[in-house]
Design a protein around this ligand. Structure first.
Ligand SMILES: Cc1cc2nc3c(=O)[nH]c(=O)nc-3n(C[C@H](O)[C@H](O)[C@H](O)COP(=O)(O)OP(=O)(O)OC[C@H]3O[C@@H](n4cnc5c(N)ncnc54)[C@H](O)[C@@H]3O)c2cc1C
Ligand code: FES
Length: 248
């Protein structure tokens, strides 16, 4: 983990209020499933950095896909090309890389860590869901589009792919492993329905991102006992059997 003064290299707005951002800097290497804390402003207002999954890392650049939902994300979206931005990276544990027939299931911005993961996998089935077609950004990620054995798109309103919730379209096949990332209710339902081995990337509110504030505390089950752990340090990726889904 390192704090780096990066520079906004590229940014563009995508449909669905998404921002694609490339930040250049002397960043340490990351692995899929890790995240970074970005500072929305060089002043102390807002005080807290915001967590974002790493979409990709290449050369001196980190890439992000950010949904603009509040003040922090709006301020980040207003940064100009060449402007400095403070980044702490890489944070968290990341996914365990597995061989075999794997399923990637991403809901909404949950697709972000899976895009990075996909770049390290040889073949996979992708299940990608969102509320409407405006939030399906598969065309931006060519390797994600080119490499899967199968892609299943779902939208709640049926404007693209299969109609309904992502969890209504989980393929009934034997996968050796599943990687799941998305809103808590989606992941909870996925965990209930999916019988195989899986790991989940949890999104929690985060204060510091590196283990100090306990703002990201989650309850997990380990060695038969319940424990409180920090999603930013011991997570954000947890094994299916560890997560206590009833806490939210
Ligand atoms: C490990 C991790 C990875 C993430 N990766 C991405 C990503 O790749 N792309 C992306 O767009 N977003 C991602 N997020 C969510 C992102 O951090 C929040 O959307 C962002 O912090 C909101 O900041 P804001 O100031 O714009 O919104 P605020 O004004 O702080 O909040 C606006 C609304 O969003 C809610 N909110 C704020 N933070 C979160 C959160 N972490 N989870 C759920 N609800 C929240 C608030 O309660 C409020 O209702 C990630 C979060 C975590 C913990
Ligand atoms: S966000 Fe501060 S301890 Fe995890």
């Amino acid at each position: 983990m390192k704090q780096v003064e990066g520079e906004v290299r590229r940014k563009f707005f995508l449909k669905g209020n998404f921002l694609f951002l490339e930040i250049e800097g002397n960043f340490p290497p990351s692995k899929p499933g890790q995240f970074a804390m970005l500072s929305p402003s060089p002043s102390f207002d807002p005080f807290l950095r915001r967590p974002f999954g790493i979409l990709f890392q290449d050369g001196n650049s980190l890439f992000f896909l950010i949904k603009i939902i509040g003040r922090g994300t709006r301020l980040i979206s207003e940064k100009r090309i060449g402007e400095r931005i403070s980044v702490i990276t890489p944070l968290g544990n990341g996914f365990t890389l597995k061989e075999g027939k794997v399923l990637l299931a991403g809901g909404g911005t949950g697709i972000v860590p899976l895009v990075y993961l996909a770049s390290k996998l040889k073949g996979f089935t992708l299940l990608y869901g969102a509320k409407t077609r405006d939030e399906i950004l598969i065309d931006q990620f060519l390797w994600l589009k080119a490499m899967p054995r199968e892609i299943i798109i779902t939208t709640e309103d049926g404007s693209a792919g299969k109609k309904g919730l992502l969890t209504q379209h989980i393929p009934q096949e034997d996968f050796s492993y599943a990687y799941v990332s998305g809103p808590w209710p989606m992941m909870r339902e996925f965990a209930r329905l999916y019988k195989g081995e899986a790991e989940f990337s949890l999104e929690t509110i985060m204060g510091c991102g590196f283990g100090v504030c306990y703002g990201c505390a989650v309850r997990v089950r380990r060695n038969g006992r319940e424990k409180i752990v920090r999603a930013c340090m011991e997570g954000p990726v947890f094994k299916k059997e560890e997560v206590i889904w009833t806490q939210r």
